[in-house]
Design a protein around this ligand. Sequence first.
Ligand code: IMP
Length: 196
Amino acid sequence: MEIILASGNRHKLFELKEILPDHKLLLPEDIGINFDFEEKGNSYLENSMGKAFALYNQVKRPVLADDSGLSVKALGGAPGIYSARYGSSNGVILEAHERNLYLLNKLKGIDDLRAEFICCMTLILEDNRFFTVQESVKGQIVRESTGINGFGYDPIFYLPQYGKTVAELPESEKNIISHRGKAGIKIGKLISISAS
Ligand code: IMP
């Protein structure tokens, strides 16, 4: 099935192509659509549904939205739904490595480094037919960026069961165990049982 991703994030597209190999995933710009959505929701669910419906109403064909982020326990769940713009001010958006440093600074002197990646995905197939899945993966923040794979907060998110940060895992492994992988694999199963 051809599915348009309600995002401009090529990292997400790259990962989702691997997570949903039986489908053809495209960005709005790949089909000549200008898609810009202002996230105003108070949850991953609201933002995911908001993005999915905004794009669906533009294209009227299958769309998928991924709203995701990092929640750090000692920071009361921050950066959470604001993960993409964490530490940014006056319209200046930090680069990913600057955001990671900003977060590490916030955690100076704090012992509890538990954190969770969360992903809420909404798939709209046609009018009145949609599915939403939210998944997460638990880990902890490491005080120094390690690894070069993935994107965003991956170099500072450590998975104790692997003894590695997500950025040290091969992409194929990340895409099975990550928040996005867990949600996307379920979306794939929903597609296959929802053909009619
Ligand atoms: P969104 O586009 O509002 O969903 O923002 C997602 C933001 O959360 C990204 O820009 C990253 O900063 C962060 N994020 C989401 N998923 C991941 C991931 O798999 N690895 C690292 N950072 C992620």
